[in-house]
Ligand binder design. Sequence first.
Ligand code: UN1
Length: 495
Amino acid sequence: MSEPRNFHNYIGGQWLAPRSGRYLENLNPADRRQSLGFFPDSGAEDVDEALSAAQAAFSGWSRTPAPRRAEILFRAGQLLMERKSDYAEAMTREMGKVRLEAEGDVQEAIDMLFFMAGEGRRLYGQTTPSELPDKICLTRRVPVGVAGLITPWNFPMAIPSWKSAPALLCGNTVVLKPSEEAPLSSVHWTQTLEAAGLPPGALNLVMGRGEAAGAALVRDARTRIISFTGSSDTGREVGREAAAGFKRCNLEMGGKNAILVLDDAPLELALEGALWGGFGTSGQRCTAASRVIVQKGILARFIKAFVAQTQKLKIGNGLDPGVQIGPLVNSAQLEKVEHYVQMGISEGARLAAGGRRAVEVELQHGYFFQPTIFSEVEPNMRIAQEEIFGPVVCVLACDGLEDGLAIANGTGYGLSASVYTRDVEKALHAQDALEAGIVYINAPTIGAEVHLPFGGVKQSGNGHRESGLATLDVYSDWKTVYMDYSGRLQRAQID
Ligand code: UN1
């Protein structure tokens, strides 16, 4: 292997070494003997420089017509299509998700670029009649200012795209701080926008840890929008800090998503959904189906087949063909999963599959964990309440639709939920009653598409949405314009 190289921040259109002088090495979680390189461990001084660059670029970028801004995003989408395969391979090496899923991650960013590019010629406001004659009223979306974007490692290109594409389209400038576990995909994202012709300072990339670079970004008065995806605990801190500065703040946090399988469900389809929803991305999705609630009539049959199919999943390096389960992202995540497995056992759940690190010879240099199923899980157990973010699925029993819905809704989270049934009335009733921002019928809890709103209720979010047209409300302010051509003073509510 060649010498691991040093990567740089991107500030004001230049690739710069961090002023902090510090770097973090990034290792391949499937084989930690392989280094991806050294990435800036930026400090407050780097964030300061990036915010100055973003602020300086704001007047030019915000006055660039939205269709012109959109054309740059469109070109970036075309470039990303050409680079998809290379970037996906790098993504698998940096955070472990299997190659096919990494391609899906890059594809999600392409989709977002094209979706937002189209929006450049719309960005619709409203025109309304006035209560007074010879007067027109309308609303326009206007840019807010500098957006600070803090993104996680599990969707290292998709999530930066969810945030930066609409932020840029709306005319804001951006400072992006990706997770230190997956900075390379953000380097690739930034290089693509640079090559597409984004002017200097419109998007700045500052790499480093949340405690240093992330905290400085959230705290600084120049950041007018904060968009954060990560844990509910960190989100609470971010939200508190943002509130003190009256900043727009979009928080996307955890989930404890459930698939509800009723007696009349198409069983094979539900099994496939539980496997993909529970173990896709090794369970490291905020939308992962970490609970499967099965009606008693089919419970035994479901568990038997679910265990058998889970044990057949091929674990390994995500670049190897046929591998379905990649590693966890790092040792801390591995230890967290182990901790929860021990907890499940001591809470009295039955370990039905997996439960251990995968220790085959070819896996010994990575952070691999067997896909794990607990059965006989009670709704109030901690393994059924807390987000594990790993390949651990809890199977719970329910008596029927109402009981199943109560269990599904019985956690503090509310991101994604799913129901499998052939009964149309039950399905429609469930989509009404499930306390979740996203509901699937006869499909697993993962797989959101970029032109629809993404986000959760309860502790999964703070009322905003990513993706879809709804995300434009995070990245723009409404300006209301009244145009009076009567030539006289007209008093609303009086004349
Ligand atoms: C996340 O896990 O943070 O719907 C995002 C899905 C993906 C995005 C997940 N499109 O599962």
